[in-house]
Design a protein around this ligand. Sequence first.
Ligand SMILES: O=c1ccn([C@@H]2O[C@H](COP(=O)(O)OP(=O)(O)O[C@H]3O[C@H](CO)[C@@H](O)[C@H](O)[C@H]3O)[C@@H](O)[C@H]2O)c(=O)[nH]1
Ligand SMILES: [Mn+2]
Length: 367
Amino acid sequence: MEKREYYSLFETTRARGWFIYRVFAIFMFVAICFIWFYRLSNITINGEDGKSWAWLGLFGAELWFGLNWLFSQALRWNLVFRKPFKTRLSQRYEEMNLPGVDIFVCTADPDIEPPITVINTVLSVMAYDYPVEKLSVYLSDDAASDITFYALLEASTFAKHWLPFCKRFKVEPRSPAAYFNTLASTTYPHDHNHAKHLEEIKKLYENMKIRIEDAATLGGVPKETRSKHSGFSLWDSYTSRRDHDTMIQILLHEKDPENSKDVDGFNLPTLVYLAREKRPQHRHNFKAGAMNALIRVSSKISNAKVILNVDCDMYSNSSQSVKDALCFFMDEDKGQEIAFVQFPQSFENVTKNDLYGSALKPVIEVS
Ligand SMILES: O=c1ccn([C@@H]2O[C@H](COP(=O)(O)OP(=O)(O)O[C@H]3O[C@H](CO)[C@@H](O)[C@H](O)[C@H]3O)[C@@H](O)[C@H]2O)c(=O)[nH]1
Ligand SMILES: [Mn+2]
């Protein structure tokens, strides 16, 4: 039988200069060993007051930094770059043959993780460049906060405008807050039609933000708003954050076509709110516990083959991330060996001088 030739969906290339780097790393390690040796062989246990303690302290610090450097070599020793080929993915798989993707967003506290931030994350993943019928977004709310639920409800309405806007004008990044922030630094669109739509969507966003922040300031959702959606009845029997029944609400689903289409008449991804059952006598196991509950719930609703997880204090900064990751999973040759793909984090709101290197720029370059 004729064997079909496939072009791989991703490519792995070794970094240039790897040999020189290894030689440098070995020299560096030998130098570190010399420092440790020097420190240990010159220790004076009964020396002058304080001297031996200072010596030990220095040794502790050098040991710590040395080991830290050693572990970081795991990332650098065999530095490779991986490049996914999304066009090959699209050529090989018709939209209908692409796998379903369930996206889990975790949140745990509406005070530390404001609901407006949470829904920016949710909107950034709802707007992925991927067939909407295959996408389902689940928000796990470990605080079981009615304000977070309200924010998600608002997001489900705003998404009807935001998703078509993103697709029409190829918006990047697709978190509304992050996108509007980039506009301040780059120029506004020149095209009249684009600028008009942008003003409209910005206004919708600002109004939604005010409504959500007002609810947070008031410490609850106004009665009038509550009466408009049956989902708020979940809070009728609610006692406390640590003691409540499971709360599930499907906000958007294709089986409810009237409500789940965007303004252009296209379907929206499935959107689900979940606050898992919690009892004071049972451990909830933080994010891991939330992920377990999400797997159980999603398996009854969309049961997708691929799961994508984001924390609510992050947003997805590329609309292509799902396709990028799928290039690894769907590769005929090596796909079976790959269990997970991790995206590097990139931090934005760090201090100007970034004294501690929190932007993690080197890690992103390395990954
Ligand atoms: O009871 C909890 C506690 C936390 N979370 C969520 O878990 C995520 C991570 O928690 P966070 O406090 O933000 O931890 P970080 O140190 O910022 O996160 C890093 O460290 C975590 C624990 O190692 C990893 O799970 C995260 O993916 C990683 O980004 C957040 O979305 C939280 O909302 C829950 O869902 N339930
Ligand atoms: Mn975090």
